[in-house]
Design a protein around this ligand. Structure first.
Ligand code: IVH
Length: 692
């Protein structure tokens, strides 16, 4: 069989498996089978760049090249929806609509997903473009990122018979993914997303599609746009979208009765906390396209639809006390301790107060009756005070000025809302937090040690920092309560094994503020050794992909601390991996040269070019700077990159010139970019009530 035919066959099969897994949530192949087919396709594509296809299922894993988002005009404006929180207003809208187009008008009720809107353009049944809503007339081209969302068909499952059309819908994040993401960010000392909506919108605008691919974004379609569509109504269009392979919610209702609409709203208001995806209301749309045309639109919103928004669920309860938690990074979080109250399916006893500004803005006082809300967020928050119930003798709450754990005076860094305890090396929760972070599975993987044992070891004076772990002896552990010789031996063994953990995980394990798993990987790939990271200037750190000023400053601060440097030296002596393993290279012909790739190329994908550069000893950079040796320019190159290269006198070369530089196209398979890892295969979303 020719490579071309096999590639086509593999792409079709993988697209179908993806569809069964991510859209229908009915997997028909094991992960292993899927991965083997994907790998075969990746290998064939690397050998045959002439059959490159931006819609190949291999593109679902994303790339780590920097995306620049082009602004694109919408062919049909992306309007917003008029909305209401009031049943009376909704009834008025229904009455008015019925007066205008007749009371036989069918109303289509749908869930209002709380994510971010996207417009997907298909030409000849293939995805060609994905654009955000932007200002409604033009948005950002986020196609590369959207290609990584597994439930979005890159090619339709069944022919549409249309030359082109647009599918609009919502990109969102399930609560489970949101929680996991925030947990990871918290452990890495990164800023948390306030709610799944912000997380989805923020992810969609990430500059690297490879990270987007790991975030498990979801999509649901709710609108079809196009010229001469062969459908008379919205529900017909949605049925077609389902046939073509799009995820379309089945939690819809078409009815002519106001009462049915009310019941639909009441049902989903009750059940909204039981489904996997965040919803913030219901959308009621006129079903018939003819009736829609008759109703028309205003400049902002169609008159044929309205959103009924759910009120955030609220409860009133008493604020009994405020406690202050100290995190691993020393950040202080005030927590409200409340008289237990039932809210949105759970009993709430505590709520976050975020920081001192928020307490002041609310003028919170102990004994106050406060409103707690669960909006799109999982953690309840205090949103207001019932002043009519304020005790007469209450006094404003004073924010702490010293650390509740170690008594050190708190500091507030410029531009940050939180207070911090600066006593990194002497404050119990900070020390314990750092050690517990260090032993995590994704860091040094010494989880046999466990949080409780870490506390015991700390309290008995055996460990005070992460380096002390490597001085532990089995006999010291064996005498601890609940341990014994066997567990002690196991722990010592996993401590020893941890010295083989790769360099990027060691970097992550150190717990430098804002240096999460991904950032650590970039740092390790860029600098290749701890010595190089330690010697790097701020400017050099900024040249690393995905590293901005805040992260660079945090790294510099961390390394400027004498105690941290001592810990690093002790870890080096203990035998931890302080260098990135050398990748096999084809040659060193590009050693010392750095490249920025921009645009699209005729013969190779950007990933391939990138891999070729590395295979020949060169370095890939994300942005043009005075350190760039060459700008490898393809079609549709960003004008700002060109301008910058010209200004800085960076040489601009074509794909052919580049190939000539490395002595022809002898690209070896071994050096293809990273295979998709376990992490890229996301779980299908748990679907309660089978929404799709
Ligand atoms: S229809 C002309 N249907 O709500 C308006 N929108 O507040 C077409 N949304 O930008 C939108 N679920 O992002 C529609 N079932 C649904 C929706 C929905 C969520 C979002 C959408 C829109 C926003 C307006």
């Amino acid at each position: 069989m020719s490579a071309e035919i096999r590639i086509k066959e593999l792409r079709e099969r993988l697209n179908y498996l993806n569809y069964k897994y991510y859209v229908e949530a009915q997997p028909i192949a094991t992960d292993y089978e899927f991965d083997m087919l994907l790998r075969e396709l990746q290998d064939l594509e690397a050998l045959h760049p002439e059959f490159d296809d931006p819609n190949s299922p291999t593109r679902r894993v994303g790339s780590d090249l920097t995306n620049a988002f082009r602004s694109v005009q919408h062919a049909y404006p992306m309007l917003s929806l008029s909305n209401t929180y009031s049943p009376d207003e909704l009834h008025e809208w229904i009455d008015k609509t019925q007066r205008e187009v007749g009371d036989e008008v069918e109303l289509d009720c749908e869930l209002k997903y709380d994510g971010t809107a996207i417009s997907l353009t298909y030409e000849n049944d293939r995805l060609v473009r994905a654009v955000t809503r932007g200002d409604g007339t033009q948005g950002d081209d986020v196609t590369e990122n959207v290609r990584t969302i597994k439930c979005i068909p890159l090619e339709l499952q069944a022919p549409s018979g249309l030359p082109s059309f647009e599918v609009r819908g919502e990109i969102f994040m399930t609560y489970t993914t949101f929680d996991r993401l925030n947990k990871e960010r918290e452990e890495a000392g990164e800023q948390l997303f306030a709610n799944p909506r912000n997380a989805a919108a923020g992810t969609l605008k990430l500059q690297q599609s490879k990270i987007v691919a790991k975030r498990n974004l979801q999509f649901t379609a709710y609108q079809l746009e196009g010229r001469d569509l062969p459908f008379a109504s919205h529900s017909q269009s949605m049925d077609a979208l389902r046939r073509w392979g799009f995820p379309v919610s089945s939690a819809t209702l078409v009815s002519k009765s106001k009462e049915d609409v009310d019941n639909y709203i009441a049902r989903w208001n009750d059940e909204r906390n039981e489904i996997a995806m965040p919803i913030d209301g219901v959308v009621i749309k006129v079903n018939s396209y003819a009736a829609r045309r008759a109703l028309g639109r205003t400049s902002k919103a169609p008159k044929w639809a309205v959103a009924y928004k759910f009120k955030a669920e609220q409860a009133l309860t008493q604020l009994q006390s405020v406690t202050f938690q100290v995190g691993r990074t020393g950040a202080i979080t005030p927590v409200a301790n409340l008289a237990p109250v039932h809210l949105a399916g759970t009993t709430v006893k505590r709520a976050t107060l975020h920081n001192a500004d928020q307490i002041e803005a609310l003028d919170l006082r102990i004994g106050d009756m406060v409103y707690v809300e669960k909006g799109g967020e999982i953690i309840p928050k205090v949103t207001g005070v019932e002043l009519s119930e304020r005790p007469a003798d209450s006094r404003p709450l004073e924010y702490i000025t010293t650390c509740p754990e170690c008594g050190t005076e708190l500091v507030r860094y410029e531009g940050e809302a939180k207070h911090y305890c600066p006593n990194q090396s002497g404050c119990r929760p900070q020390i314990l937090g750092r050690i517990i972070h260090f032993i995590r599975r994704k860091a040094m993987n010494i989880e046999t040690l466990g949080e409780e044992t870490v506390e015991l070891l700390f309290d008995s004076g055996l460990i005070n920092c992460v380096a002390d772990i490597y001085d532990l002896r089995a006999e010291q552990l064996a005498v601890l309560p609940r341990l014994g010789e066997k567990s002690a031996a196991n722990i010592i063994q996993s401590i020893r094994t941890s010295t083989q953990v790769p360099f990027h995980r060691v970097l992550f394990a150190l717990g430098i503020r804002f240096v999460g798993e991904t950032t650590a990987k970039y740092l390790a790939a860029h600098f290749r050794s701890m010595d190089a990271v330690m010697a790097a200037t701020r400017e050099e750190l900024l040249e690393t992909e995905e590293i901005g000023g805040k992260i660079a400053d945090a790294i510099i601060d961390y390394l400027a601390d004498e105690q941290n440097r001592t810990i690093i030296e002790r870890l080096r002596k203990a035998g931890l991996q302080f260098e990135t393993e050398q990748k096999s290279t084809l040659s060193e012909s590009l050693a010392g040269l750095s490249f920025v790739i921009s645009g699209t190329f005729a013969d190779h994908s950007r990933d391939e070019l990138k891999a070729m550069i590395e295979a020949h000893g060169g370095k890939n950079l994300a942005a043009v700077s005075s350190n760039t040796s060459y700008l490898l320019a393809g079609d549709k190159i960003g004008p700002s990159k060109l301008q910058k290269a010209n200004k800085l006198g960076v040489k601009i070369i074509s794909e052919q010139e580049f190939i000539a530089m490395i002595g022809g196209d002898n690209f070896n398979n071994e050096t293809t970019p990273e295979q998709p890892s376990e992490e890229t295969k996301a779980e299908p979303i748990p679907i309660q009530g089978s929404l799709f």
